[in-house]
Design a protein around this ligand. Sequence first.
Ligand SMILES: *[C@@H]1O[C@H](CO)[C@@H](O)[C@H](O)[C@H]1NC(C)=O
Length: 162
Amino acid sequence: MATIYPADHPTLAGAPYAMQEYYANCHANGSLTLILLPISRHAQNILHHPAHSASLSVSSDPPDAARARVALMGDVTLLPDAAATDVKACYLAEHPDAVEWLPGDDDGAHVAYWARFDPHMVYFVGGFGDEHFIGYIPLPLYQASGSSTLGTPSSGQQTVLL
Ligand SMILES: *[C@@H]1O[C@H](CO)[C@@H](O)[C@H](O)[C@H]1NC(C)=O
């Protein structure tokens, strides 16, 4: 995930910040489920940004210049705990360790909030430009595509859930 430091930050105002972040694929339209911890730099940057902007990248593992990766640019909406009953089981299936910091848990390790990341722009780098598509993907196409299978040059197919 990448976010932007707020304008009133003493040393990094307006600077980008990138750090690994958990997300889960719990919506049919490719919006992603997050747990925001106000203790985290990402959560602070998102909550202070006027549009709650963030970007998430998904790539092959290990990273490979010949393989597909995608950047999602969008915004984050906080969800009431009651609205998250459907995504809780899905999130925990992808991140069982998050049971320690679930929103609404008075005994949890941190204050936490359910949130949804809605992509607005999708930039796809399929690999090398002479062989693969590189460019923006129309949002309706992304939202209707479900999970995708990315071709890999050496080891068959890798399924990446967006
Ligand atoms: C995606 O679907 C969720 C429901 O699963 C909905 O709340 C959200 O608004 C949708 N996002 C967009 C960008 O349409």
